[in-house]
Write a protein that binds this ligand. Structure first.
Ligand code: ADE
Length: 220
């Protein structure tokens, strides 16, 4: 079973997400375990302080290194990778997800928009990861993106294994192609027809495959 341990100051963000759909079923079937830990658990002063003012001045607060160090030390297992989410990190992609899916545990450290002490990036995290060239308010959504992408690669998580296999291409990776279902023709208003491409109705397996190859995108 692969464990996802999220370190965050907003664990509530994950509550409904872990209770729905494939993620919920995968947990019930003991294929994965997702836990959002409140960073404040590892801040033992009276106010459970997790942040402080930046050296050198500036607006906003910075997440302190000690609570995160303590959290990671408490959660760390054997085959673990420690990820810090930051817009300065390496861009997340399918290849990275595939590597992560072979581990026993991922520890995901969610930063927040004002910043985290750089020593977390330098000494604690194995990888700095960004989900795209834009600024989020914190790492929570990035953690969900990474967990979903990784979890669906774990055998058994997606109900029918054919669903994954069917899309393996001759090259490396998976093909994502356009899909249609009934009706064959949909009319949103009089005189307008939205049609399903004929080839998909032909039953001609080879032609359908070629069409999917042509119109699909390979994600590796
Ligand atoms: N935190 C803020 N923005 C982010 C991004 N684009 N990716 C990962 N973590 C982030």
């Amino acid at each position: 079973m692969m464990k996802f341990d999220i370190i965050t100051i907003f664990p509530g963000i994950f509550d409904s997400w872990v209770k729905e759909s494939i993620i919920a079923r995968a947990q019930k079937n003991k294929l994965i375990k997702i836990k959002a830990h409140n960073l404040r658990k590892w801040a033992k002063d009276r106010h459970q302080t997790v942040d402080d003012r930046p050296f050198g001045g500036g607006l906003g607060m910075v997440l302190k290194v000690k609570p995160i160090f303590k959290a990671v030390s408490a959660l760390k297992n054997r085959k673990t990778k420690i990820i810090l989410f930051t817009p300065r990190g390496k861009k997340f992609n399918q290849k990275m997800a595939s590597k992560f899916s072979k581990l026993d545990q991922l520890i995901l450290i969610c930063g927040r928009y004002e910043g985290v002490d750089e020593r977390i990036a330098k000494y604690i995290a194995d990888e700095k990861v960004s989900i795209g060239d834009y600024d989020l308010m914190g790492g929570a959504l990035a953690a969900m993106v990474v967990i979903e992408t990784v979890a669906r690669l774990i055998p058994g998580v997606i109900g029918k294994p054919q669903l994954l296999k069917e899309r393996i291409t001759k090259q490396k990776g998976f093909i994502e192609y356009p899909q249609y279902t009934r009706p064959e023709v949909f009319s949103p208003k009089k005189g307008v027809k939205w049609k399903v491409p004929k080839v998909l109705l032909s039953g001609h397996h080879k032609k359908i495959q070629d069409w999917r190859q042509k119109h699909g995108k390979v994600v590796e």
